[in-house]
Design a protein around this ligand. Structure first.
Ligand code: ZN
Length: 504
């Protein structure tokens, strides 16, 4: 648990707000629980925003100028005034999907499907669903869940796990797929029943404090339940019913004094609801098919989000990143040779404990744990590393790596852990010995699934792991990543990078 005072110190963007709710109110209120969380609030915000950017690539998000979006944003702004906990930079968006669903990303981006707005009969019902989502943000459920799932058995340190799970890294291709689903659902957002109960109870409080009749929440659950038979409510698989949902929410509501002027619905809802009904809501099949991307009707990315945190550092010449987007041919993620930096100019990376040359056209990203990701523009990002390299340090116990045998054992251990954490990643060929700048090194290749999906199937990915014995007994390692079909093309560049590696 991170005390809230430290939050404020650790993260300038977030002003910690104490939530002495039970002290201020005479009646018993649900207190948000805290859970073990390996993410700093700043990481949570940064990574949540990266995932939000990805949502725009995978889902038809209505532009902020849309009247339904504007209405949902106003409603959200009203609700978050009554959200306890840290003041995340909440922002609200509408996805043109007919599924009755809503989801909240770590750090405060809340997406409400058009199907949800259409299904709501009153503003209080819609506000109830949104208050439930806000409650997941308040309680930091998704990052707590990632922390729980990953435990201590993490290969790259938490910063990279976060990238792997939220964004997908190339060597964690499977994680990327299970996490982001690449066009399917955001499975890490699937909440446990306990999370659900907490979000229901906290959401009831937020709804009530915002002036609504809190019965809007259980009423909406009933609507969802009634429609789930016809397969229209994805909400229930992302937000499973903890059992007795209506009963415990009703019991919570019974503890709250009734206000005769509690809002059930508004004139604004009555004005906007027909507009929402008239909007095109796409089936999940149509959302996945992605033809909507060509329509130009939907937003290309988040805008006007408060507290945007820095993008990955861009190395190299500005010219290489002009155009603002990945240099792709089609949606396959295949990059041009100039973007890949093949035969191009190299630049030197001076990292905390090593130096390395890499193509000047590439970008670098260094996370809190010191993991370095180098990748061409468009070669890594929200869908993971497609082309690029990940460099990290593996601490060794005892004397560490002192000879060929201990290096080989350390390499085997890394291969095993890579495979364990990336189902489908298998070693190709034997581990071979080499020297890198006079240091003992090992080389081994692995094959797995690329984050790139073509014609409905993941491409095969080739990973090249190089381990280098350090003078201090620890091991540096580099994982080079490329789709298998381009691996031969990339290998000379990877080799140049590898040969330039000097541990410090
Ligand atoms: Zn939920």
């Amino acid at each position: 648990m991170v005390p809230s005072k430290n939050w404020a110190r650790m993260c300038g963007l977030l002003v910690a707000m104490l939530a002495p709710m039970s002290a201020e109110f005479a009646w018993a209120r649900f207190e948000p629980a805290t859970c073990k969380n390996a993410f700093t609030p700043e990481q949570e915000l940064t990574e949540g925003q990266k995932v939000a950017a990805q949502v725009y690539h995978q889902m038809p998000v209505l532009p902020d100028s849309d009247p339904v979006t504007r209405y949902v944003q106003q409603l959200g702004a009203r609700l978050v005034q009554h959200a306890p906990g840290a003041r995340w930079p909440y922002n609200f968006h509408v996805v043109a999907s007919s599924d009755i669903n809503a989801f909240a990303l770590p750090g405060g981006s809340v997406f409400v499907n058009l199907g949800t707005v259409q299904a709501a009969e009153t503003e209080g019902q819609l506000a109830g669903v949104m208050a439930h989502e806000i409650s997941h943000v308040v309680q930091r459920h998704s990052t707590c869940n990632i922390t729980k799932q990953q435990g201590q058995k993490v290969l790259y340190g938490i910063g990279s796990v976060l990238s792997s799970v939220l964004l997908g890294s190339g060597t964690a291709g499977t994680l990327a797929q299970s996490a982001l689903g690449l066009g399917q659902s955001l499975t890490f957002l699937r909440m446990s029943r306990d999370d659900e109960k907490q979000a229901d109870l906290l959401g009831t409080g937020i709804l009530y404090d915002s002036g609504y009749d809190p019965r809007g929440l259980p009423q909406f659950f009933e609507i969802i339940q009634a429609k789930s038979g016809s397969g229209g409510a994805q909400f229930l698989s992302d937000h499973p019913n903890p059992g007795n949902r209506t009963e415990y929410v009703d019991a919570e509501i019974a503890t709250l004094p009734r206000h005769s002027d509690a809002v059930v619905t508004t004139a604004e809802f009555k004005r906007v609801h027909p507009l929402a009904m008239a909007e095109t809501a796409l089936s999940s099949k149509d959302v996945d098919a992605g033809l909507w991307k060509k329509s130009g009707r939907y937003a290309s990315g988040p805008s006007g989000v408060a507290g945007v945190v820095s993008e990955p550092v861009v190395a190299g010449q500005a010219g290489s990143v002009q155009g603002g987007g990945p240099e792709r041919s089609g949606s396959a993620g295949r990059l041009s040779q100039s973007a890949l930096g093949i035969d191009g100019k190299m630049t030197r990376l001076q990292a905390a404990r090593f130096v390395l040359d890499y193509p000047a056209a590439w970008q670098k990203q260094v996370d809190a744990s010191g993991t370095v990701i180098l990748a061409p523009v468009g070669g890594a990002g929200a869908t993971g590393i497609v082309y690029g390299a990940l460099i990290d340090l593996e601490k060794q116990s005892g004397d560490g790596v002192t000879d060929a045998a201990s290096l080989k054992a350390a390499t085997a251990m890394l291969v095993q852990r890579l495979s364990e954490q990336n189902a489908g990643l298998t070693q190709v060929g034997e581990v071979t010995a080499l020297t890198v700048q006079g240091r003992m090194a090992n080389s081994v290749e692995l094959r797995g699934k690329s984050p790139v999906v073509e014609a409905g199937a993941a491409l095969t990915e080739r990973d090249w792991l190089v381990t280098i014995a350090r003078a201090d007994g620890d091991v540096n390692y580099i994982v080079f990543v490329s789709p298998e079909r381009d691996f031969a093309l990339m290998k000379p560049t990877f080799t140049k990078m590898m040969k330039s590696f000097v541990a410090q």
